[in-house]
Design a protein around this ligand. Structure first.
Ligand SMILES: [Ca+2]
Ligand SMILES: [Ca+2]
Ligand SMILES: [Ca+2]
Ligand SMILES: [Ca+2]
Length: 210
């Protein structure tokens, strides 16, 4: 009886915790050939986050040298300690990785584009936010992993351009792996929707759950 009561109380407490989109961060960005591209978002919090309610979460892409971006309105739920994947399209993505959480051709980065993640009007994270306005390639034909061990940080790339396979970005906030021609090694180097061991803690219960 006591145990049952405890479970009921814990469930009531968990239900009262409001989702906090500030627990979200961009955990992986994949840029292959054709339009095999995706962005993975991780929820480091203890509560699932609805990407539309109570505040609308939006991914904004800045292409080439542009300093104004184009919005991808992400919709769905990111589980506590879980991932959410937005892929460019199913034709390129599904045969290699299975089903993504969302498809949107706005996820069309090609090596010199950056992303900001917005919670309403507030930027909560970036992928190379310090490179807006710079059209030099910095992540072409690579999968780029957020280095969990360096979190929290703002996702900046740091001063410098593209780095070699297996190296960190100049900021040390990201680690890159090369994607081979024709996406030959895509399934080996990309981990959409799952933890590679770089971009999120394993197990998640070791961090920020309480
Ligand atoms: Ca949204
Ligand atoms: Ca571009
Ligand atoms: Ca490419
Ligand atoms: Ca991943």
């Amino acid at each position: 009886m006591r145990k049952t009561l405890g479970i009921i109380i814990m469930a009531a407490i968990a239900g009262s915790v409001s989702a906090d989109a500030s627990d979200l961060y961009i955990s992986e960005v994949f840029e292959g050939s054709s339009s095999l591209k995706y962005v993975e978002i991780y929820n480091a919090g203890a509560t699932a986050v609805d990407l539309d309610t109570p505040v609308d979460v939006v991914l904004r892409r800045y292409s080439n040298a542009n300093v104004s971006g184009t919005d991808v309105d992400v919709s769905g739920t990111v589980p506590a300690g879980g991932f959410f994947v937005i892929a460019n399209n199913s034709t390129d993505y599904d045969p290699i990785f299975g089903t993504a959480d969302q498809y949107n051709s706005g996820v069309g980065h090609n090596g010199n584009d950056e992303y900001d993640l917005f919670d309403g009007t507030t930027i909560i994270d970036t992928f190379a936010g310090d490179r807006h306005g710079n059209d030099t390639d910095f992540a072409a034909n690579q999968v780029v992993y957020r280095v969990f061990a360096t979190m929290p940080n703002n996702g900046d790339w740091g001063t410098g351009d593209q780095v070699a396979d297996g190296m960190d970005s100049p900021s040390t906030f990201w680690t890159v792996l090369d994607v081979e021609a024709g996406n030959a090694n895509a399934a080996a180097v990309g981990t959409p929707g799952t933890n590679s061991g770089i971009e999120a803690p394993s197990p998640v219960s070791d961090w920020m759950m309480f």
